[in-house]
Design a protein around this ligand. Structure first.
Ligand code: AMP
Length: 450
């Protein structure tokens, strides 16, 4: 192959480099970096959720981020917003139709069926946390990649399960320092739903203008329940006059729902009956619920989380036997936003015990060993070995609020000593290098913490 002329080669490279340098690459719309300064909120949420899961005997499960698209089409429902508009779905190199998970419940139920979890004592209690993906219109509180905490109880139809789940989420919010209320409703059994759907369709067909009827043709035909929780102002105006599902529940569904409410009363959990709460997904049966900040519940704010019972999902996914189940998902970004608004965790700074400073190459080498020694003895240590100037090292020590700074210079290395300085009192002392860890624990760090 003839080699390109030298001049041409140079021109192309320069143009390519220019083009590359010109465009600053950014995160995709609706996707965010979680920066180091925000990590304290995330570890706070995760630690607390691991504690709660442990106390209530939930085992962790992690499912893949990518699944067959069909899993979500069959579970969440073809007419849901999630499947209609929000699924990140594509065909991969092997011509498989796959999707980034938009929710956890379907994946967890798939795992339950795949791994024969129906054969162990029921219920199976599982929890997880992780990223979900929905191609939503980005706006406040709505991201395209976001994180959820998810709890599921599989293999049990008793209404106590919904009450326990609501109780667990409520306890979690309380421990985070957030006061929430729960909105609850019942969608009843699949048997009583058709009658209600029919009543809804009749109501909306009479109440809607011709243009609205046209706009919501699909919902009127396939899933009129969705009209109830629409964000469309025109529909919201019609909502108050709509028939209420509680009037259409059969006796068993009524008993189921009232039992849940009685348990909530016993547990002293504040709740509102919310007859228009239907949640957007096809798989819910019986109890559905959503959590709101107490002070926002009547406002236009979005929910912090929600869930419900989904007794029919397992069979939709191919299970030969019914698997009654219920669960909830809480949005981590929204919880963190509320913690921030309340000023919670703001003063939680990283606490460093000891900063190791060094002057000169020999001291740096010795300081690196010292750092490891202190770290292995459980002392929190920090360094900036790349800097030579003591001033810039001390600046960093101040910034991270180190209690103690150890200074190792040429002289100290040759005499096997080290200088200890208490940053708050300014007291300093030279001690033997080999006794430093004991000295710190005995006389310096302890003294400061008292
Ligand atoms: P859902 O699975 O739709 O019931 O959502 C449960 C919770 O997840 C919501 O109450 C939100 O807190 C959170 N959530 C849902 N969608 C988003 C999103 N697009 N961005 C951020 N959080 C979300």
């Amino acid at each position: 192959m003839p080699r390109p002329k030298k001049s041409t080669q140079k021109k192309t490279t320069t143009a390519a480099t220019k083009k590359k340098a010109g465009k600053e690459l950014k995160t995709l719309r609706g996707m965010k970096d979680i920066l180091p300064a925000d990590q304290k909120y995330w570890s706070f949420l995760r630690t607390k959720i691991d504690d709660i899961a442990g106390v209530y005997n939930f085992d962790r499960i992690d499912t893949p981020v990518l699944e067959e698209t069909d899993l979500f089409v069959r579970s969440v429902g073809e007419t849901s917003d999630i499947v209609q508009k929000e699924l990140f779905s594509f065909v991969d190199q092997g011509k498989n139709k796959i999707a980034l998970r938009p929710e956890f419940t379907a994946s967890i139920m798939r795992a339950y069926i795949n791994h024969g979890m129906g054969n162990v004592p029921q219920p199976v209690k599982l929890y997880t946390t992780g990223q979900l993906f929905r191609h939503e219109r980005p706006q406040s509180g709505r991201l395209r990649q976001f994180n959820q905490i998810n709890f599921e109880v599989l293999g049990e139809g008793n209404p106590v399960v919904e009450a326990q789940l609501i109780h667990i989420a409520h306890t979690y919010f309380k421990e985070l320092g957030l006061e929430v209320v729960v909105n609850v409703n019942s969608l009843g059994s699949p048997e009583c739903r058709p009658l209600y759907k029919e009543a809804l369709v009749n109501y909306y067909k009479t109440a809607m203008s011709a243009s609205l009827k046209d706009k919501y043709k699909k919902e009127l035909k396939k899933n009129p329940l969705r009209l109830l929780d629409s964000k469309d102002k025109d529909l919201q105006e019609l909502r108050d006059g709509a028939p209420q599902i509680l009037d259409y529940l059969d006796d068993d569904s009524k008993t189921h729902f009232f039992t849940v409410l009685e348990y909530l009363d016993d547990l002293e959990i504040p709740y509102n009956l919310s007859p228009t709460l239907v949640r957007g997904l096809d798989y819910y049966t019986h109890t559905v619920f959503e959590f709101y900040m107490k002070k926002e519940v009547n406002g236009s704010q979005t929910a912090l989380g929600g869930g419900g019972r989904y007794d029919l999902l397992a069979e939709e996914l191919g299970s030969k036997v019914p698997v009654p189940a219920a669960g909830f998902g809480l949005g981590m970004e929204r919880i963190i936003a509320r913690l921030r608004e309340g000023g919670l965790l703001e003063d939680e700074e990283k606490q460093i015990d000891v900063f190791v400073a060094q002057i000169g190459d020999q001291a740096r080498r010795r300081a690196m060993l010292l750092f490891e020694e202190l770290r292995s003895k459980g002392i929190s240590v920090m360094e900036n070995f790349a800097k030579s100037s003591l001033k810039s090292q001390l600046e960093l020590a101040n910034k991270v609020k180190a209690q103690i700074v150890l200074i190792l210079g040429q002289k100290e290395v040759s005499e096997d000593t080290i200088l200890i300085r208490d940053m708050e009192s300014g007291v300093q002392e030279i001690v033997e290098l080999k006794t430093i860890a004991t000295e710190l624990k005995k006389n310096w760090l302890k003294k400061k913490k008292k």
